[in-house]
Design a protein around this ligand. Sequence first.
Ligand SMILES: O=c1ccn([C@H]2C[C@H](O)[C@@H](CO)O2)c(=O)[nH]1
Ligand SMILES: [Zn+2]
Length: 136
Amino acid sequence: MPPSADLSAAIAAAIDARGSAYAPYSGFQVGASVIDEHGRVHSGCNVENAAYPEGTCAEAGAIAAMIRAGGRRIVAAVVAGPDATPCTPCGGCRQKLREFGQADLPVVIVGIAGDRLLTRSLAELLPDSFGPGHLG
Ligand SMILES: O=c1ccn([C@H]2C[C@H](O)[C@@H](CO)O2)c(=O)[nH]1
Ligand SMILES: [Zn+2]
């Protein structure tokens, strides 16, 4: 787990990003953030589409922002859901996190006010996963 100051900043960024979510179809606004190997925080929100399957998750936005900024490793991730039920990442996002995170990567799920609801390692969320190492 990163220092609590860094984690606090990442939680604040995820909450802030949630406020930018474009979710007119589900009404389910999500924000996410990642801390990269340099300690920098990157965030994203879900962006839905009238062609429903084209919508993207908040985690994907945060990862895209990290890559754009030159980050290549995720040391912690935060997901901020819209209610008191932990918004655990979808299967696709678990795999996206796997590309840039180790088995012990902490994924912190927070509630409306940034209260920590659940913390799971990436290995817990995605056991026996397939990753870059499989390709040599
Ligand atoms: O971890 C999650 C779970 C759901 N969503 C989005 C996708 C869709 O826009 C809406 C409802 O599934 O929430 C995320 O962004 N991240
Ligand atoms: Zn997802």
